[in-house]
Design a binder for this molecule. Structure first.
Ligand code: ZN
Length: 62
């Protein structure tokens, strides 16, 4: 399996999906990453934020 160069659809940067990472993803049955590591982190952060917001809204309403 050669290293792959993927293009992030969000920031248009290219990033490496290395042979080692491909093996790791395959082992855990993860789909290959779509976004670059930077955007992945941002997306994860905003997902966590959204979850926290929803949780605190629920708490406020009681
Ligand atoms: Zn990106």
């Amino acid at each position: 399996m050669p290293d792959l160069t993927l293009e992030c659809p969000q920031c248009r940067n290219t990033f490496m999906f290395t042979e080692a990472e491909q093996a790791q993803y395959a082992e855990q049955a993860f789909p290959p990453p779509t976004y670059c590591p930077i955007c992945l982190r941002q997306r994860k952060a905003s997902r966590d934020e959204e979850r926290d917001r929803r949780r605190s809204a629920k708490r406020r309403r009681r």
